[in-house]
Ligand binder design. Sequence first.
Ligand SMILES: NC(=O)C1=CN([C@@H]2O[C@H](COP(=O)(O)OP(=O)(O)OC[C@H]3O[C@@H](n4cnc5c(N)ncnc54)[C@H](O)[C@@H]3O)[C@@H](O)[C@H]2O)C=CC1
Ligand SMILES: O=C(O)C(=O)Cc1ccc(O)cc1
Length: 375
Amino acid sequence: MPVNPTAATVSTTGPVKIVGTGLLGASIGLALTSVGLDVHLSDLSPTAQALARDLGAGRPFTADEPEPALVVVATPPDVTAAAVVAQLRQHPGAVVTDVASVKALVAAQVQAEAGGDAKRYVGSHPMAGRERSGAAAADADLFAGRPWVIVPGEESTPEAVRVVRALAVDLGAAPVTLGAQEHDDAVALVSHVPQLASSLVAARLHGAPESALGLSGQGLRDVTRIAASDAQLWSTILVGNAGPVGRALRALRSDVDDLISALDRAATHGPLTEGAVGPLARVIAAGNAGAARIPGKHGGAPNRYGEVAVLVPDAPGELGRLFSEVGEAGVNIEDLQLEHSAGQSVGLAVLSVVPAAAEPLEAELDRRGWRVVRR
Ligand SMILES: NC(=O)C1=CN([C@@H]2O[C@H](COP(=O)(O)OP(=O)(O)OC[C@H]3O[C@@H](n4cnc5c(N)ncnc54)[C@H](O)[C@@H]3O)[C@@H](O)[C@H]2O)C=CC1
Ligand SMILES: O=C(O)C(=O)Cc1ccc(O)cc1
């Protein structure tokens, strides 16, 4: 589904230079080249740059290129401020933004080192990504419908802010303006602690017996999806937001301590002992209330795609047959997830389709004898 705007509707003017051509840089490059903008790529790793080029995210930056109007720095957070300052110096006519997941540290370093050039810098952070790094995982539609935080510096000009907001809008995102500290506190809660929670739960599975792992279901898969994230990138993000993440983790630890006390009471004195059930139920109920506040879940903003889950027999050709029948029903598969438990004779294919196609497709697959799972 084309979710990016056409060349006629974009207000970003090129050339756009992208420094750091991994997941984020290449995704931005793909989206911008798809609407006809001139995109120049630059990466410390020649191979990362060549891969982004080969995927169609732009062409390598060379010294004879026309000056960029906009530079997007998409490097890991620990080198982002230095890269921003270098780009401000190298391109005196360009607006420079970055997409790092931490903002206060980057803003402070840019302000300290860029001097008068800081007026052309505006920080930003698209709240979109994946648990995979590198250009190979890039997607032009990555930002569609996602918030994109704009963090103007103390000295940013209104024009520089306008240019960065326009980039977010042109990539299909919804710009949200926040201060650097406000941003860092928010992402500690909605992104950085969830990453750690996922990693902590998944880490407990290391060394678990196969017989236990064989019982894994969707709940465990949901909680551990982002445990596959890149360890080096995430360590850099977490130390870059150490204060807010540490505070949020302490609050979590206090809740965990309450749970352990209640469980210890139940383990020692029996499940019905006074003070055992209450704290456990309170945590689950508080979790219900918290989860209900996440936009996009439980009647919030609509998801980008509808999902149709179908049980597929574990036999040669069955998945192919499902794809052909979805095609015959006139529905395009936008994305696919396969869930398969060891030793089971069926797998679950979760097809992402445009929302309006989900229900009719379920009905059609039912009619054709497929076992549709309504979740
Ligand atoms: N991965 C995600 O889901 C998200 C990441 N971000 C932020 O985007 C930035 C990039 O992350 P990813 O694209 O995931 O990482 P990535 O690892 O896929 O790509 C980073 C690229 O930067 C290059 N690089 C490193 N140092 C450089 C330097 N000094 N100059 C030029 N290139 C350099 C690397 O060679 C690599 O190709 C990070 O700051 C991250 O916090 C923001 C939103 C989501
Ligand atoms: O995969 C997910 O669910 C994410 O939330 C991706 C993500 C990772 C890092 C960020 O700084 C922003 C977004």
